[in-house]
Design a protein around this ligand. Structure first.
Ligand code: GDP
Ligand code: MN
Length: 358
């Protein structure tokens, strides 16, 4: 906790790229949002904040995806919010990449949903939500608009950014060889992922070559925090990165290990017979297949997606964060941080060096 008291406004490294530097805005990267036409009203303020706090300095393009065609009104509203030089691409997702695949048995799907509804698994009766989780797990990085893109920063409607970000986040990812950047790290509802861990272990038994010796295994295992209904998930802590904010090196998602794992998960049917989120799926893959030092907590990014917040302890001289950012606040109602898995990450995964430079 000593180190949490430390004000770190920016990573303490000497190669941060700022607004006027040669490499500012030059990473192969895009801001990505999967949205519906109906999300326009909550998307616009999210884009506005992305611009104000970060992207007005770096001019990265936006890629917006939808399984329907975006309306002219939608496209016009987004474009008119942004300066003319900002590139915005609007993409349609092919039906076969979005819809429930034919391999899923409809009757089995519906009876599984009924059962999980009784257990109050969130969104379980929305087929579109299952599609969304599957799409973010295993499809988005194949979309033609992302074909040549290396990094994406996922942006969701309704979020808030509280602090100015003055360095180029994507260049930081590139120069420090990071695969993944996150801000929030939570426990999941175990009923939504009953068989995910066992399925994963079957995959690992068949493909042990993909395991990274420096993986973040401690974070996946029972870890002393006593997550609720722990036995339901057969040993998976349910700790996961909250993917509504994620900065990802897509080369990892396109790697043999990740793709084979995704095919294995797909074949087990859990995106539909259960309600596997893209967050636990992505997080398990990261923790098993890559070196933990390549996963970065952006402690300096003030962020809120209801109901959770990441708010850094800023140097008061710096005045970088606005009044809505309450240092250390995770949520208003969860005082004991029972939903927060970050302590586990800090305790078991972060190195001492990392704690002092990031
Ligand atoms: P939550 O954060 O888990 O409550 O889920 P959201 O409703 O925020 O959905 C996650 C992301 O996927 C958001 O960017 C949504 O706009 C998007 N999304 C969810 N469902 C759909 C859908 O059916 N179609 C499209 N195009 N986007 C969706
Ligand atoms: Mn959301």
């Amino acid at each position: 906790d000593d180190f949490l008291a430390l004000a770190i406004d920016e990573p303490k490294v000497d190669d941060l790229v700022y607004e006027d530097d040669t490499y500012a805005g030059k990473a192969n990267a895009a801001i990505l949002s999967l949205v519906r036409n109906e999300d326009l009203k909550t998307l616009l303020p999210a884009i506005q904040q992305m611009e104000d706090k970060f992207n007005k300095r770096f001019n990265y393009p936006y890629i917006l995806l939808n399984e329907r065609n975006f309306t002219e009104r939608f496209k016009e509203s987004v474009r008119s919010l942004l300066p003319p030089e900002r590139i915005v691409k609007f993409g349609k997702i092919d039906d076969e990449d979005w819809n429930m695949p034919d391999s899923i048995d409809n009757n089995k799907y519906h009876s599984a949903v009924e059962k999980l509804k009784e257990e109050k698994v969130s969104y379980v009766d929305m087929e579109s939500y299952h599609n969304m989780c599957r799409f973010y797990s295993r499809e988005f990085y194949h979309h033609p608009l992302l074909k040549d893109v290396k990094y994406t920063w996922r942006l969701e409607p309704g979020i808030s950014f509280y602090c100015d970000i003055k360095y180029d986040i994507f260049q930081f990812m590139e120069m420090h060889d990071k695969v993944y950047g996150y801000v929030l790290n939570l426990y999941d509802g175990p009923e939504s992922i009953r068989t995910l861990w066992n399925t994963t272990m079957q995959f690992v038994e068949k493909n042990p070559q993909y395991l990274n010796v420096n993986g973040a295994y401690e974070w996946l295992k029972e870890n002393g925090q006593k997550p609720r209904n722990f036995e339901i998930t057969n040993g998976y802590s349910t700790c996961h990165f909250w993917t509504n904010f994620e900065i990802t090196n897509l080369e990892f998602l396109r790697s043999e290990a990740y793709e084979k794992y995704m095919d294995f998960l797909e074949n087990s049917g859990g995106f539909y017979y259960e309600r596997w989120g893209d967050a636990p799926v992505r997080s398990i893959a990261l923790a098993l297949f890559i070196d933990k030092s390549r996963i970065h907590w952006f402690r300096d990014i003030g962020y809120n997606h209801a109901p959770y917040t990441n708010c850094p302890k800023c140097d008061p001289q710096n005045n970088r964060c606005d009044g809505k950012c309450k240092p250390g606040l995770f949520s208003i109602w969860d005082n004991l941080n029972t939903e927060n898995c970050h302590a586990t990450w800090i305790k078991y995964v972060m190195s001492e060096e990392e704690k002092h430079i990031y």
